[in-house]
Design a protein around this ligand. Structure first.
Ligand SMILES: [Zn+2]
Length: 405
């Protein structure tokens, strides 16, 4: 059992590490790749981003801590908020779908790892409300909330003409971190009713569901290093109940031992929404070949993150930000395709908006055309590129999201 003092110390270390890991020169921003790319709306499919923290920053800025400390807001915006998704510009770029991921930092970091915050489900529902307010309010001309598999099927019945005035980005709810359940299975039903399509059951810390690998070397989780620990008894129940309700299980942020356990317990196709491959980026959080292969063999989906540190073996996060590029995303896609022998089970989970370090050549989702150009060079087929960027996700959600409530 982890003491509160130990946990607070590890969280402080994590914060300090993040501060020191990112260059202070980043306060000036990175103007070189700030512009959107001229939209290419002739393509049937542009992008379905299966993991994007669309309103995380808006949520954080509404917390009492941010409201009371304008300097904290300034630092957060300038130092940590390095990637951007804007529904208006994403709409101009013709982006098809965004799975908007809800994650309440405070429920995970400030609660005890094995003592979940009972208010976490309520906070999560407030995040769901916030996204819906934005999509159905100021962004109604650009995006549309999709809350049921029927609405999903209807929306994607025919590929959109992106110049059609009726074209809208499909926005779906997803959750990151099983701490959102507050230690109970009960909230799952309400989440399913609200239209949550998938849940990443683990995250930075082991919250009594699954052991978590370090996401960064300076991001210790003293509760997770024991290699024989994987999924808890409660974690098994979470997976069974999610599958009953038709919510897709996201295995990103699980240790290899937890992944073995999840593969034993689950009966439905799984998704790893925002991952990297251990062979290319040797980090505890990156996935081993056997797990990538097993997920694909069972009809699952592998989403590639736009996170330069995870995708490769740079000295540190700062080095990764300076040198990492979309070529590493392409390299990881190529690798996953090769070891899984499938072009249909790989996609993009950018993790934009999650305070991740940025790639040197993309920091706004509306610049996705840059990746299309590189993928076309790699695969030589428009159809394959459209599958990887969007159609694979649309098909996967269409088949696997059930909402049995
Ligand atoms: Zn994540």
């Amino acid at each position: 059992m982890l003491s509160r003092r130990k946990f607070i110390r590890s969280s402080t270390l994590a914060g300090a590490g993040l501060l020191s890991g990112l260059s202070l020169s980043s306060l000036n921003g990175c103007a070189s790749s700030n512009n959107c790319i001229q939209p290419v709306k002739k393509h049937k499919y542009i992008l379905a981003d299966i993991h994007n923290h669309l309103v995380l920053n808006d949520w954080i800025m509404r917390t009492p801590m941010a409201i009371q400390s304008p300097s904290l807001e300034y630092l957060t915006r300038k130092l940590f908020d390095r990637t951007d998704t804007n529904l208006r510009t994403a709409h101009e770029a013709g982006i098809d779908l965004i799975c908007a991921t809800h994650f309440n930092l405070f429920d995970e970091w400030l609660g005890m790892p094995t003592d979940p915050n009972p208010l976490a489900p309520v906070n999560t529902l407030r995040m769901i409300d916030l996204l819906e307010e934005e999509v159905e309010g100021s962004s109604a001309n650009y995006a549309k909330m999709i809350r049921t598999p029927e609405e999903f099927e209807n929306h994607f019945k025919n590929p959109f003409n992106k110049n059609d005035p009726d074209f809208r980005i499909a926005v779906l709810h997803s959750l990151e971190g099983g701490h959102a359940l507050g230690g109970s299975l009960e909230p799952l039903n309400e989440f399913a009713q609200r239209g949550v399509v998938l849940i990443t059951i683990g995250h930075f810390y082991n919250k009594g569901i699954a052991t978590a690998p370090n996401a960064f070397p300076f991001f210790p989780d003293d509760n997770s290093p024991r290699p024989v620990q994987g999924l808890s008894a409660f974690g098994k129940e979470v997976i069974r109940e999610m599958e009953n309700l038709g919510i897709i299980v996201d295995v990103t942020h699980a240790t290899p031992t937890a992944l073995d356990d999840i593969l034993r317990v689950s009966t439905k196709p799984l998704v790893a929404t925002h991952m990297s491959a251990r062979t290319l980026g040797d980090h505890a959080i990156s996935f081993q070949d056997e797990h990538i292969q097993e997920i694909v063999q069972r009809g699952g989906m592998i989403g590639i993150i736009f996170h330069p540190y995870w995708l490769s073996n740079y000295i540190n996060v700062m080095d990764a930000e300076q040198r990492g590029s979309l070529l590493e995303v392409v390299r990881t896609i190529r690798y996953v395709v090769k070891i899984s022998n499938s072009l249909k089970n790989v996609c993009i989970g950018s993790d934009f908006g999650a305070y991740i370090p940025r790639l040197s050549d993309i920091n706004r989702l509306c610049q996705i055309e840059k990746l299309r150009v590189l993928l076309l060079k790699e695969f030589g087929s428009e159809k394959t590129v459209e599958d990887i960027l969007a159609k694979n996700v649309i098909d996967f959600i269409g088949i696997n999201w059930k909402r049995n409530i």
